[in-house]
Design a protein around this ligand. Sequence first.
Ligand SMILES: [Zn+2]
Length: 67
Amino acid sequence: MSTEEISIQCPVCRREHIFTKDVQEFHCRGKHLVLFSDRHGWRLMEVRKISEKEDRELDKIWGSSEE
Ligand SMILES: [Zn+2]
């Protein structure tokens, strides 16, 4: 079990927010963000209007937590 907390700099308000190590959605100042991890570590990314192609890209990100 790992419920470690991490602080990530927010691309919206430029402050750090505390998260548990879990893929999750987050709202800051009316922006929709998502926390996810890739090979570089945990990242906060703003979710914009999603096209079908981007949707497939997100599927790749969200579906590749196995490695
Ligand atoms: Zn913020």
